[in-house]
Ligand binder design. Sequence first.
Ligand SMILES: Cc1ncc(COP(=O)(O)O)c(C=O)c1O
Length: 399
Amino acid sequence: MAVSRYSVVKAMQILNDIASRFPEAISFAAGRPPDDFISLPDVERKLSRFFDFHPSIDRTSLGQYSTTNGIILEMLSEYLYRAGIGRFRPSDLLVTNGAQEAILIALAVLVPEGKIAVTADPGYVGFTGPAEAFGFAIEAFADDEHFVSKIEERARREPRIGLVYAVPDFANPTGRVMSITERANLAGLAERYGFHILEDAAYRHYRYDGDALPTLKSFDRSGRVLYVESFAKTVLPGLRTAVVVAESTTGESAPIADRLGAVKSYVSVTTSPLAQATLAGLLLEINYQIAEAVEPRRAYVEANRNHLLRALEISFSEKSGYRWKCPEGGFFLTLETPRPFSEIDDLIACAEKAGVIVLPMNLFSSTGSRPNEIRLAFSNIVPSRIFTGIEALRTHLVN
Ligand SMILES: Cc1ncc(COP(=O)(O)O)c(C=O)c1O
């Protein structure tokens, strides 16, 4: 299904405007890591660590223009290995300015004229937004258990898919987790039909129930899966860093990491060497153990999820017609409503009258799908406000 310009223009405007229009409102809108864990790193200490590790490096080089693909690729290779993602050559890695830049350069390299990008609907505006803004052809398929078979049908019909964007763990906005079979099948389709996948692992470290599932990348036998891990939710969003794994497929004219780097050099030139060295110093300090370092905030967001479930149970009775499922991880819960919750009227009325900001799910859909759903972000809100906010939401919606 083709995506119009509608979502990028409207969704981004609404997302940006609503918080500034209602600064006092209790917000379940933003999928941010919790403020309580945002503290500025002791940059000097981190830089010292980095220089101790690389005694030969010229200190002033961090203030100079730097190599495009990154200056900490060996260390990121080590991190990915220790994190169980895989053993990758540093030359197959890039550091980007967040996952956002990785998405843009992947689109530029992998969706040439005549090819299409495929994503889930509702889907992440960080993908649909740049795709629309820069005029890439995109098609979106419902974010459900048929997503992969829809891609197969599409690929069989016409060999036009260049790139599939997927968030297999706790998607934004739906919270969906792709099953192991779906992951294996999607990686298999990429190989069979010759397209690439961009696997976005932004929320992978935020699992609350059950065991971690293998990455899509782990099913990749031919270098068709690019893996991007943002450090926004695990370290600091303000550091604007992510790592991309881009292995080359056999028979490619130029290594894909180089092709991505060539585009990156025109987008951002480089990722700030200061930010990279700070991240590297932090990785050294925690002995590369991001999962361990992130544990307190994972536990904080899990506790928030539990508070939200409790608040919903207290406020919405079984007979109210409102339903929800417990998300296994991530930052978002979907609340199903008995009547449509509209993008403009209900969203604004809710903020104005109930003092609560919640986002309609179809704000993230180009096709207006899932009109009876609300996305509740629970990552960056204090528990007392969860209970007050959900009760105010009920009073506004049910009465
Ligand atoms: C699916 C997804 N990917 C990536 C990110 C983070 O992107 P970045 O690294 O650009 O901050 C987010 C944050 O909202 C997200 O929801």
